[in-house]
Design a protein. Sequence first.
Length: 161
Amino acid sequence: MHDCYSTAVRTRRVVGLAGVAVLWNELFRHGATDPAALVPNLTATSAWPLALALQRCPRCRRGDLFAGIIAMHRTCPVCRLDLEPEVGYYTGAMVVSYVLSIPLLTLVAVVVGLITRWDLGPVIVSASFLYLALVVPLFRYARSIWLYLDWWLNPGSFRTS
């Protein structure tokens, strides 16, 4: 299982989100059933999209960011990176959430409209209810993306406990 990961990284096929798909397909083709089995191998510089998708620490890429459904660890359980550098740190994640939510809600509304052929009012109401199922995953990914973006732009601003 780990051989296909190192082969993908060595051959530079893990580049961006397309690389995550390639790596994911290789792992499951070789019998991996648990994405957490990748965690020890996420330290390669080209593996950050998979670490982000699995919501791991941006520094060590092994520690979970979330302790529960919406509760975050205050520090990375593995490398002790402070995941809440200041009060109100994740306010910027609301912008990320908005950027993710509007196209997703539009897509859900278009799909509902095409399938049902209802008028606009019922389509918007039903799409809004269907969208509620995506709120928690969007919340988690908005925070993860915000943390990775800040880590990429300013890694020196993070403390270790």
